[in-house]
Design a protein around this ligand. Structure first.
Ligand code: MTE
Length: 317
């Protein structure tokens, strides 16, 4: 997800610099995985509170889940830094309770919800989804949550609501990456903002997520509440959400603002449309060495392709 510092700097220079920084943690990670390729859920983070859910077999992929250790130590959460292990190291700074989420905008029943009220709003399901990052790696994660549609129906969007905007927490005290000079580049605007079209947000695969691997979300994975949109690149799935707003216009998202040519609003996983710096044709599953082909819409084509009928996905990438 790294972006350029200045317009006159070559992309390759930046990539190399960050590759250098990231290579070390990548190699260490690979070494650890090679030593223990099928390690059971490890104590990378203290075991969290259990969260009961019923497995939704129909919406569970057959691929074996990535280990709990990898899911909680190989993260993108720029509020804690740009290295993959920064979030696991620093996420203890985030206080995930008490926590409220404001649901407002063009809705008949706006409300500020306590997160514990949200957890109980609808039956929790466990769904094992693929997650494909635009950087070329992927994971398989047993999430716990319920369809975002359940919340949306409750707040009753009006006819003006066309998009949904998700805003993550803004608090440099708890999120050091938001402090001036903490990240090695300064082009990201905080708070982190993502968005979906209303029909995407209402799609039954879009999950309002509170946990993974049978426990509440570890902080580095977006505690206490995030969305998961499995057919899009991982950055569309905003973490640690404090506001869900229903709007008439397409929201301006963080990555789009930072680098519009690299990160489009839709960002559907699409092996035929390359990112300027990363091929999207293949991916490396964390815990494996071979590269595998990336599937159209990350393998969810049958369920979601109809959302994009008539759209040119080369332009609306
Ligand atoms: N949400 C916030 N608030 N900040 C972030 O930096 N990173 C995104 C997404 N959500 C990000 C975020 C990216 S790039 C990815 S790939 C996924 O979170 C990673 O989720 P995971 O670390 O739980 O696998």
């Amino acid at each position: 997800m790294l972006i350029r510092h200045a317009p006159d700097m070559k992309t390759s220079e930046i990539t190399d610099f960050h590759l250098y920084l990231n290579r070390r943690s990548f190699l260490l990670g690979m070494a650890a995985l090679a030593l223990a390729p099928s390690m059971p859920a490890a104590a990378a983070v203290p075991a969290g509170e259990r969260l009961k859910a019923t497995r939704n077999e129909r919406l569970t992929v057959e691929d074996p889940p990535t280990t709990f250790e990898s899911i909680t130590t190989y993260n993108n959460f720029y509020e804690f830094g740009t290295n993959k292990d920064d979030p696991a190291r620093l996420a203890h700074m985030l206080k995930a309770r008490p926590w409220t989420v404001l649901v407002d905008g063009h809705v008949s029943r706006p409300k500020r919800y306590d997160v514990d009220e949200l957890v109980r709003l609808s039956p929790l399901e466990e769904r094992v989804y693929r997650l494909r990052c635009v950087e070329g790696w992927s994971m398989v994660i047993p999430w716990i949550g319920y369809p975002l549609a359940s919340l949306i129906k409750r707040v009753q969007p009006t006819s003006k609501a066309k998009f949904v905007e998700f805003t993550s927490l803004l608090d440099p005290q708890q999120l050091p990456g938001q402090r001036q000079g903490f990240l090695s580049f300064s082009s990201l605007e905080w708070p982190y903002v993502e968005g979906l079209r209303l029909d995407e947000a209402l799609h039954p695969l879009t999950l309002l997520t509170f946990g993974l691997y049978g426990q509440v979300l570890p902080n580095q994975d977006g505690a206490p509440i995030r969305v998961v949109v499995p057919w899009k690149y991982g950055f569309k799935s905003a973490k640690s959400i404090v506001r869900i707003r229903f709007v008439a216009e397409q929201p301006k998202t963080t990555w789009e603002k930072a680098a519009p040519k690299e990160y489009g609003f839709y960002s559907n996983a699409n092996p035929t449309v390359d990112h300027p710096r990363w091929s999207q044709a293949t991916e490396r599953r964390i815990g494996e060495f071979r590269r595998r082909k990336t599937l159209m819409f990350n393998g969810y084509e049958e369920q979601v392709a109809s959302l994009y009928t008539g759209m040119d996905l080369r332009k609306s990438y």
